[in-house]
Structure formats: C-alpha cells, structure tokens
Design a protein around this ligand. Structure first.
Ligand SMILES: [Fe+2]
Ligand SMILES: [Fe+2]
Length: 332
C-alpha cells in the first residue's frame, strides 16, 4: 500500500489563519453546565416510582413500527461509531489539534463530547424498549468501529469541512424526520429524544457550514475544487461499512428502509446539495480556469440529483422485504 500523501499545506495554513473566526463561533457549543445529558430523557432509576416510569416508557415504544425501529438502530449505530469520525477530523486538523488551547482543538473536542451523547441516549432508549436484539446491534457497532471510516476527504482538509457540512445537515434531517414519525406512532418520549439530538446536529451544521463559507470567501478557487471533488462520487455515508456478521449489504438494506419510511431519502440528499450550493453562493463566486469548470459542474448538481432521486425512489419502493438481525430477523 502506498503511503498517505502529506496533507495539503496551503489549505491547512488557511484553516489555521481562521482561528479567530473559529473562536467567535465556539458559542455554537452548549456550555457544559447548561447542556442536556442522556439521563434527562430516560426513566429515573433512582426514583421511588422507577418501575412505573420504565413501564410507561416501554409501553410508549411498543407502538413504533419495525421499519422505524430498524432506521433508529441504523442511526444509533452510525452515532456510536463516533471514534471513527473523531479520528478522521483529527487527521484533517493534525497540524494544530495537538495544541489544546487553540480554537480548532477546542471545537473538535467540544463537538466530540456533544456527539457522544447521541449514541448513548439512543442506545439506552433501544435497550429499554425490549424490542431489539441489543447484542446483534453491539456486534454491528463493534464491526463498524473496527472497519474504520474513509470520508474520501484526505488529503485536502477543505474536503473535511464540505463533508461535515453535508453530514450534520443529513443527520439533522433524519433525526428530525424520525422524531415526527415516532410522535405520530404515539411515542412522545422518543420524539423528544430525536428532536433533542436534531437540535445538536443543527448547531453543528451551522458551525461547519460557516467555516466552509469563510473558506469560500478567502480561497474561492481552492474551495470550489474541494466541493467539486466531494461531489464527484456519492458522498460516502458515515455508517456505510456497518456489518452485523450476517448481512454483507446491511447498510444498503438500512438505507432502503430509511428511504421507505421517509426518515432520510434520496430527495433529502438532493436538497442538501441544493442548500449548500445556495448557501455558499457557488454561482456568484468569481473564479477562472479549472475552478470555473468546477463551478459550472456544481451549479448543475442539484437538478441532476433531483432527477436521479425520482428514478431511485421508484426503484427502492419495489424492493422485497428484508430480514434484520437487529430486530430478531423479523422482515420489513
Ligand atoms: Fe450526532
Ligand atoms: Fe453530528
């Protein structure tokens, strides 16, 4: 195997020069003394009426469809593989992340700490429902962390910001949609959990999108090329390598159910691209040469994906039922 290329120096220097702007935006992390914790959304096991609390919590969860359960498990597994993402962001920022006081380092650690609650809370919720095979789920998490994660953002650190801007919005949309659907099914506890997590993703999205927006202002050509290189292939979802030891196509199968339930669809994917193209004012940037070609390409993407979304949607809806180990091999 060939060695990794060194990270591109100019983008790194530019990100480094943005420390004051990162610092201004550290307020997008919640102060720890005011931050929510998973315990706030779970039955109080110390209370005298803990049995009743658990009973109410469990009975609300019985109304959730198997399809939604599968999507929640897939989302939880993706959140639980946080070590993968923390490692990959550290790689992107390795030049300065070693200095604990620098704003970029503060952000990356604070972001990791906030994200860490997402998997914890969904994990506790799912265990309490008694409706899923926790061991099969844990095996999946084990595999996913063991397999690692390649967002294809190396060696250009701008790519990492494009990727996280996309991903935070994707998770905000999917947790938000899941919250609405489980509320309709009758589980208000889980609806609050999903909304809470979506709220974090939303703050994180604002941060990464602002940072990349600043990169577009400071280095429009480099930013344009980075965005194009990320859009050349379908953006690799962070849970793409999930495996339960049984189903080699587990992620694809999970994605089909996410599409079918409407938690996260090909149309959402297209809408995120459209949003980023608008927010970063891709059409309005003045660039020349290769960057101008990239600009043209990017301006066509949202429409291209919308068309693709229509084809994918009808193809996915025709798929036969799939068994998931996560729900004791029941088919959905
Ligand atoms: Fe998250
Ligand atoms: Fe996130």
């Amino acid at each position: 195997m060939s060695q990794l290329e060194p990270l591109m120096q100019e983008p790194l220097d530019l990100l480094h020069s943005m420390q004051p702007y990162v610092s201004e935006n550290l307020q997008l992390l919640a102060p720890i003394d005011k931050a929510w914790q998973p315990t706030d959304y779970l039955p109080d096991m110390v209370a005298e009426d803990w049995r009743e609390q658990v009973e109410r919590f469990r009975s609300a969860s019985q109304s959730i469809s198997d399809e939604l359960l599968v999507v929640l498990v897939g989302d939880m597994v993706t959140e639980e593989a946080l070590p993968n993402y923390a490692i990959s962001l550290n790689l992107i920022a390795q030049e300065y992340v070693g200095d604990v006081k620098l704003p970029w380092s503060q952000w990356l650690r604070g972001w990791t700490a906030e994200e860490n609650r997402h998997g914890d809370l969904l994990n506790a919720y799912l265990r309490l429902t008694g409706r899923v095979d926790m061991r099969a789920i844990e095996v999946t998490v084990h595999h996913l962390i063991n397999s690692g994660f390649n967002p294809k953002s190396y060696p250009d650190p701008y790519n990492g910001l494009v990727y996280t801007s996309f991903q935070e919005r994707a998770t905000r949309i999917s947790h938000g949609n899941a919250g609405k659907l489980v509320l309709a099914d009758g589980d208000s506890y889980l609806a609050k959990i999903c909304q809470r997590i979506a709220g974090d993703e939303s703050r994180h999205e604002v941060f990464y999108t602002r940072m990349m927006g600043r990169v577009f202002d400071l280095d429009p050509a480099g930013a344009m090329l980075a965005f194009r290189s990320m859009m050349r292939t379908i953006i690799a979802m962070p849970g793409r390598l999930m495996y339960d030891g049984k189903d080699p196509d587990l992620f694809d199968h999970f994605a089909i159910i996410a599409q079918r339930t409407g938690v996260y669809t090909v149309r959402d994917y297209a809408s995120i691209i459209e949003h980023l193209v608008k927010t970063w004012d891709i059409a309005g940037r003045s660039v020349t040469g290769l960057a101008a070609k990239a600009q043209e390409y990017l301006c066509r993407q949202a429409e291209r994906y919308q068309r693709f979304a229509d084809e994918m949607t009808s193809a996915l809806e025709k798929r036969p039922p799939i068994a998931f180990s996560w729900i004791h091999d029941r088919k959905v």
